[in-house]
Design a protein around this ligand. Sequence first.
Ligand SMILES: [Zn+2]
Ligand SMILES: [Zn+2]
Length: 315
Amino acid sequence: MVKRKCSVCGRNAIIHRKYEGRALCGQCFCRSIERKFKKTVGKYRMIDSGDRIAVAVSGGKDSASALYLMNMILKPRKDIELFAISVDEGIKGSRDLALKKARELCRKLGIKQHVFSFRKELGKSLDQKVKKDKLSRGDICGLCGICRRWILNKKARELGATKLCMGMNLNDEAESIMMNYVRGDVLRASRLGPVTEYSRSKAGGKFFIPRIKPLRWIPENETELYAKLKKLPFRPKECKYRGGLRIDVEKVLDMLEKKHVGVAFTVISTFDTMLPGIRKSIKYSEPKIHRCKKCGEPSSHAVCKVCLLWKNQKD
Ligand SMILES: [Zn+2]
Ligand SMILES: [Zn+2]
C-alpha cells in the first residue's frame, strides 16, 4: 500500500478524512482542528466579553481536547476567565481513574479545577446507589447523566460561571438527536443545538447556565487523535455502566457511516435546519420552569428528576 501524503503539505499523512476526501499529517491535522474549533465558537457566538467559562472535564479525550482548545483560544483574552468542573460519580475502577487524569490535565494546563462528588452532593456514590436499588444497566446510565447535569449546572451557577462548556463531539451530538427522534421527545430535541438557547429564554434563564458545545463538528476519532498528538492525559476506556438506548443508536449510526460517509454530519446539519421550526412549534407548549420543591433547582415539574429518581421523593 502506498503511504498517503498530506493533502496540504505533502508530508506523510496520519489520518484520512473520508468525509472530506483528504489526508492530513499531524501538524496540518492539529491546525485544522484548531481552525474548526475557533470557527464553531465564533459562528454560534459561544463566548462573550466578561464570560466566566466552566469546562466540564471528565478525564476523557473529548473534554481534554475541549479544555486544551478553550485555553488556547482564550489565552490572549484577559476579559474572560476559564476554569474546570469535574464530577466524581463514585464508580470504582472507572470514573475514579478517569478523574485522576482530569486532575493531571488541569495541573498540566495550569487551570483551576473544582471537583464535586455524588457522595457529598447526593448522599451516595453511584456504586452504592446501584447496589442499594439493584438498578439495571439501562437505568444506571440515564440516571447518572441526569444527576451529573444537575450537579454541573448547580455548581457552575454557584461558582459564577456564565457558560458551561461541554465536550460533546460530532458523534455524541448525532446520537443525542437520533435518540430524541426514536423516543419522540420533541421538547428535549428543542433543547439541543450548539448553544442551549433554553437557558437564555425567560423561563429557563438565571437558573440554567447556557451550555456550549464547541466540539460539535469534530468526529470522535479526531478528538481522540488530537488529545493524543497534544499528549493530553486522558483515560481511553468508557464507563463500565454505559448502556441504554444510546448504545443501540450508536450501533445504527456506525453501520450507516460505514456505507454512507458523513452521515453524522448530515444528521446534525439537517437537525439544525429544522431546529428554529421545532422551537417555534413547541413555544406555546413549553412547560413553565419551577424551582424544585425539594432542592430548589430548576425543573419543569414541581419536583425535579434528581429528587424524584435518585432521592425517591415524590412530594
Ligand atoms: Zn501537512
Ligand atoms: Zn430537586
